[in-house]
Design a protein around this ligand. Structure first.
Ligand SMILES: Cc1cc2nc3c(=O)[nH]c(=O)nc-3n(C[C@H](O)[C@H](O)[C@H](O)COP(=O)(O)OP(=O)(O)OC[C@H]3O[C@@H](n4cnc5c(N)ncnc54)[C@H](O)[C@@H]3O)c2cc1C
Length: 422
C-alpha cells in the first residue's frame, strides 16, 4: 500500500466519533469473520481509500469488543480471526440505525466536515480508556501524566508565536512537517547521585547496571532515545561528561537501568568495568524527551552497540500491532540480544569487525526491502556509519521527515557525538 500525499490516503486520526469505529468494526465482522488486517483493508475499500485506520487504532478497539463479549477470536492459519457473538448480534440490532448510517455514509462529505482536533481528542480519550482498563501501574500512569502535561504545554506554546522555540526547530533543520511528527519536551535538569544495586553482563561486551536512589522519585524519561549525562571526576577542574540512554526506569523501586557497551576505554567505559555494588554515579537530566508521533505504518531501527539500549527499550515499549524491524550492528553472534515485544517485531543482526566501517552495514541493509506504507527510520551509530546509512535511505527515496539519524560517537575522538545529522 503506497501513501498518497495530502488529501489522499490518511492513517491514524479517523473520521469516526468516539465509539463509532468500534461499532463499524462490529458491523464488518458481522458480515464475515475477519483478521485485523482484513478489517483495515475493508475500511479502506469502503471509504474509497479516504481512511485507513492504523493497527494501533484498530486492535485496541477489537480488544474492547472482545472484552465486552461482542466478538470472539477463532484461530485460523496461526492468526487471530474475529467472529461476532450472540451478544454482538444483539448489540448491532439495538444500534441498527447508527450501523445503517455508517455503512451507507458519504465519505467525501464526512471528510469535508471532519474536525481534526475533535477527532484527536476522541482518540486520546479512547487510548486512555484502553490503558486504564488494564491497570497500568504507578510508573506508566506517571509517565502518561507527564506526557499529557507536557503535550498541553507544547500546544499552548504553539498557539502563541514563540521565537525561542522557532529557533530551536530551525537549529534541528526540520521542516514544519517534521516539527509535527517529532515533539520535544523540556524538563528541569537536576543532578542525582545513584548507587549501584546490580551489575550483570547482558553479553560479553555489554554491562548492565541497576542503579538506585530515592532521588529518582521524580525522574522522567518519555522517549527511548532520551539520554542522560553521566559525570566522572578525573581530577581535572571539571568532571568528564558522557551521554547514556535510560534503558529502563522503575519509579516504584526508584531504580534506573543503564547498559554500557565496552570498547576502547574512556572514563565512562572505565567506570563501568571497575564499578562494584555500592559504587556511586552522578547523573544529570534528561534535559528533554523527543516523542515521535505514532503516525507510521512501520518502524526501522538501526544501531550499533551504543544504540542497543535505546532500541531494546523502544521495541519493549511499543504497543501491539506496530510493525518494527531492528538491525543491530554488532561484532559477532555472542553480542546479539533478545528483546520481548508486544509489537510485531523482526530482529535482524549484522556482524562487522570495525564499528566505524559503513561498508558491511550498507551491504546488509541494501538487501532489505522497505515495507509498503509510511515508515520511520531511526539510525544511531558511529557518526560516519550513521551518515552513510542516512544517505543510503535518502537515495532510496525515503522521505526526510520520516528519518532521524544520530552519531552516538566519533571514531578517534573522546566525548564526541552528533545528536542530529541534518
Ligand atoms: C544520545 C546518546 C545516547 C547514548 N547511549 C549510550 C548507551 O546507552 N550505552 C552506551 O554504551 N553508549 C551510549 N552512547 C555512546 C557513548 O556516549 C559513547 O560511546 C562515549 O564516547 C563513551 O564514553 P567513554 O568515556 O567510554 O569514551 P570517550 O572518552 O568518549 O572515548 C574514548 C575513545 O573511545 C572511542 N569510542 C567511543 N565509543 C566507542 C564505541 N562504541 N566503540 C568503539 N570506540 C568507541 C572514541 O572514539 C575515543 O577514541 C550514547 C551516545 C549518545 C549521543
Amino acid at each position: 500500500m503506497k501513501h498518497k500525499a495530502r488529501g489522499g490516503h490518511r492513517r491514524g486520526r479517523g473520521p469516526f466519533d468516539y465509539g463509532e469505529l468500534r461499532l463499524f468494526l462490529l458491523a464488518l465482522i458481522a458480515e464475515a469473520p475477519s483478521h485485523g488486517y482484513e478489517l483495515i483493508r475493508a475500511i479502506e475499500a469502503r471509504s474509497a481509500g479516504r481512511y485507513i485506520p492504523s493497527p494501533g487504532v484498530v486492535y485496541p478497539n477489537l480488544a474492547a469488543l472482545e472484552d465486552m463479549g461482542h466478538i470472539q477470536t477463532e484461530p485460523s492459519a496461526g492468526r487471530k480471526s474475529f467472529a461476532i457473538t450472540t451478544e454482538g448480534q444483539a448489540f448491532l440490532a439495538a444500534n441498527r440505525a447508527s450501523v445503517q448510517a455508517m455503512l451507507t455514509r458519504d465519505w467525501a462529505k464526512a471528510e469535508e466536515g471532519r474536525d481534526p482536533i475533535r477527532a484527536g481528542m476522541h482518540e486520546i480519550k479512547s487510548a486512555l480508556t484502553e490503558v486504564l482498563r488494564h491497570d497500568p501501574g504507578e510508573e506508566r500512569i506517571s509517565s502518561i501524566a507527564a506526557l499529557l502535561q507536557s503535550t498541553a504545554q507544547t500546544i499552548r506554546s504553539q498557539s502563541i508565536p514563540d521565537p525561542a522555540s522557532r529557533q530551536d526547530s530551525r537549529r534541528g533543520g526540520r521542516t514544519t512537517g517534521m516539527d509535527q511528527i517529532i515533539t520535544r519536551h523540556r524538563f528541569d535538569t537536576r543532578r542525582r547521585v545513584l548507587s549501584v544495586q546490580e551489575k550483570t553482563w547482558v553479553t560479553p561486551n555489554m554491562i548492565r547496571f541497576v542503579l538506585h536512589s530515592e532521588e529518582l522519585a521524580d525522574f522522567q524519561s518519555l522517549g527511548p532515545d532520551d539520554h542522560i549525562k553521566l559525570f566522572f571526576e578525573t581530577g581535572a577542574e571539571k568532571p568528564e561528561m558522557r551521554d547514556y540512554t535510560p534503558r529502563a526506569f522503575d519509579r516504584e523501586s526508584r531504580t534506573l537501568t543503564l547498559d554500557f557497551a565496552i570498547h576502547e576505554a574512556g572514563p565512562a567505559t572505565q567506570w563501568a568495568v571497575d564499578a562494584e555494588i555500592g559504587a556511586k554515579l552522578s547523573i544529570g537530566g534528561p534535559r528533554g524527551s523527543t516523542v515521535i508521533a505514532p503516525v507510521f505504518d512501520w518502524w526501522l531501527l538501526i544501531g550499533d552497540e551504543t544504540a542497543l539500549p535505546a532500541m531494546g527499550r523502544w521495541v519493549e515499549e511499543m504497543p501491539e500491532g506496530m510493525q518494527v524491524v531492528t538491525f543491530g550492528l554488532v561484532t559477532d553472534p555472542a553480542e546479539e540480544q533478545v528483546w520481548q515485544s508486544r509489537a510485531s517485531h523482526q530482529a535482524k543482526w549484522l556482524h562487522r569487525a570495525d564499528p566505524a566501517d559503513p561498508a558491511p552495514v550498507l551491504a546488509g541493509v541494501g538487501e532489505f526491502a522497505l515495507p509498503e506504507g509510511r515508515g520511520f527510520i531511526w539510525i544511531a551509530a558511529e557518526a560516519g556509519v550513521a551518515r552513510a546509512l542516512r544517505d543510503h535511505f535518502e537515495h532510496r527515496g525515503h522521505p526526510r521527515e520520516g528519518l532521524k539519524a544520530a552519531g552516538y560517537w566519533l571514531k578517534g575522538e573522546a566525548d564526541a557525538s552528533v545528536k542530529s545529522l541534518d
